[in-house]
Write a protein that binds this ligand. Structure first.
Ligand code: SAH
Length: 226
């Protein structure tokens, strides 16, 4: 892969940089990221860049998300909802990911959750992610081909929903399929911010509670399948 036996060391240096960085990242997420060989999710010509904190092309006009962003989003999923009276969120049980892409984030999630369901709308990406995860022995993530804007009603409810593509708003099926006590993190366009931001939605008995976090740059959430 051009990285040879050093890939573990190079990966740990990235994890160390994330740990020391300005973002609040959950140690469990860093531990999971330390175990997933990101260079095997990109084309071998790009493997040398796999442990830089950057997004990289994965074909079909799509990208593997930047490590800081993956770490930040999953950390948000693991955090408690704000407010002193809020009970802690349950540990990640069943996670829905929209936008499998190359499968990297699904692999990281599969080390942190009991069940992962991940949907991709571009068939060749779905197939490639499936074979990468199976080669790595990480086939506990269930990869589905389809339009993730619809969520996956037969597998709902989900304790956590994470989107890797950004739309104008959070699709209603995701809100409906979020379990009580669950949390959703999705890049969403914000008129007020003039761009995409990470939107967090917590659901409890009283309804859905939305908060806005960091500015981000995700590929668009598209409709239908390819
Ligand atoms: N999770 C990936 C990021 C992939 S980029 C990672 O680990 O790096 C986002 C992906 O979302 C793209 O592959 C794109 O095809 C997919 N996507 C966009 N709209 C979608 C939709 N409606 N349903 C499912 N996947 C979608």
């Amino acid at each position: 892969m051009g990285l040879g036996l050093d890939s573990d060391a190079v990966r740990l240096r990235l994890i160390e940089r994330l740990r020391r960085g300005p973002m609040a990242i959950d140690p469990a997420v860093l531990e999971a990221m330390a175990r997933v060989p990101r260079h095997l999710f990109v084309d071998s010509a790009l493997a040398i860049q796999a442990y830089e904190d950057t997004s990289l092309p994965i074909g079909h006009g799509q990208t593997i998300s930047k490590p800081t962003v993956v770490a930040r989003m999953i950390s948000l999923l693991l955090q408690r909802p704000s407010g002193a009276q809020s009970p802690p969120l349950p540990p990640l049980r069943h996670v829905l990911e929209i936008g499998t892409g190359c499968g990297y984030q699904a692999a990281v999630l599969s080390l942190l959750a009991r069940r992962v369901t991940s949907i991709e709308r571009i068939h060749p990406l779905h197939e490639r992610a499936r074979s990468t995860l199976s080669d790595l022995g990480l086939s506990q993530a269930r990869l589905l081909f389809g339009d993730g804007r619809l969520g996956h009603p037969p597998s709902a409810p989900f304790d956590a929903i994470i989107a890797a593509a950004g739309g104008e708003d959070v699709p209603t099926p995701w809100l409906e399929q979020l379990a009580l006590g669950g949390r959703l993190v999705a890049p969403t366009h914000s008129v007020a911010h003039g761009g995409q931001v990470l939107v967090v939605v917590d659901r409890d008995e009283s309804g859905w509670h939305r908060s806005v976090h960091d500015g981000v740059h995700f590929v668009p959430l598209e409709s239908g399948t390819l």
